[in-house]
Design a protein around this ligand. Structure first.
Ligand code: SIN
Length: 279
């Protein structure tokens, strides 16, 4: 296989062509892809035609599978793979667009997933892009006094923050007790593979900042989020059929766009890889 890896922006994303994840890859290729993932934070691997079982086997070249806690989205034939669909509804009948609003995945876990992987199976004719922002760049551009102010702050993350604008679907009964009530993560996180610092925010899950009053914490979090989500830190992914996109939750925020005709199906497979304790 002749594999080509080309950057998609000057800070985030690389396109990978010429590999087939349903076939075994040699050690050199595996190392190259893992390096590219750490260097570019988003890998867009084009042209993948994979069953759920092949996806599950293929992604393990990048790490160990993370057990997703909301089992209501698990595929019956391959429960480690979940689906993501714009055809799902909340209990009140309203359409659920999974992933709308900037966030990082499962930061309410003590060891949140290092990566999330989506495989596009059905796409709307236009729209439904996924937007990413680079939290290394956003951190590095902060004024020195802000970096000093936030250096040792700890965020309290819960399944569903009372401050979140997006409502999540409830957890199924079997997940209760498996999901911690809250976890503590630094607001400034150091990437375990590069040593580079980034902001670690999650408006859906951060409930408070340890030792800080609510009004001050919310105003600080809002200001950091507004800074981090500026267009200059963004890579916007326009999906093509067969794209397998994998991103680094340790240094990015992402969001799905619901800006398309919802009578058209947007359906993807989703799997995540285990990360470590944020420090
Ligand atoms: C997600 O937030 O995991 C989903 C992103 C997307 O559907 O584009």
């Amino acid at each position: 296989m002749k594999c080509e890896i080309s950057p998609l922006s000057d800070h985030t994303g690389a396109e990978v062509r010429g590999i087939d994840l349903s076939r075994p890859l040699d050690g050199e290729m595996r190392a190259r892809l893992n390096r590219a993932f750490v260097d570019h934070s988003v890998l867009v691997i084009r042209g993948q035609t994979l069953t759920a079982a092949q996806l599950l086997a293929g992604v393990q070249l990048f790490g160990t599978v993370f057990h997703q806690h909301n089992t209501r989205f698990a595929l019956p034939e391959c429960p480690e793979i979940h689906y993501l669909s714009n055809q799902d509804k909340y209990d009140d009948g309203k359409r659920y667009i999974p992933g709308a609003g900037y966030h990082t995945d499962h930061s309410n876990a003590a060891m949140p997933p290092k990566a999330t992987i989506l495989l596009a199976l059905k796409l709307p004719d236009t729209g439904g892009d996924t937007q990413y922002v680079n939290m290394h760049r956003a951190y590095e551009d902060l004024p020195a006094e802000t970096r000093q102010r936030i250096a040792n702050l700890v965020g309290i993350h819960v399944y569903q923050s009372k401050h979140s604008e997006r409502k999540l679907t409830g957890l199924p009964p079997e997940a209760k007790g498996k999901v911690p009530e809250f976890v503590r993560h630094p607001i400034v996180r150091t990437h375990p593979e590069t040593g580079r610092k980034s902001l670690y925010l999650n408006p859906i899950r951060i409930e408070s900042i340890e030792g800080m009053g609510e009004a001050e914490a919310l105003s600080l979090l809002d200001a950091l989020l507004a800074h981090a989500t500026q267009e200059k830190y963004q890579y916007r992914h326009k999906w093509q059929p067969g794209d397998m996109v994998m991103w680094d939750n340790r240094c990015l925020l992402h969001k799905a766009n619901g800006d398309y005709d919802h009578s058209q199906v947007r359906y993807m497979y989703r799997v995540m890889l285990q990360g470590d304790t944020p420090v």
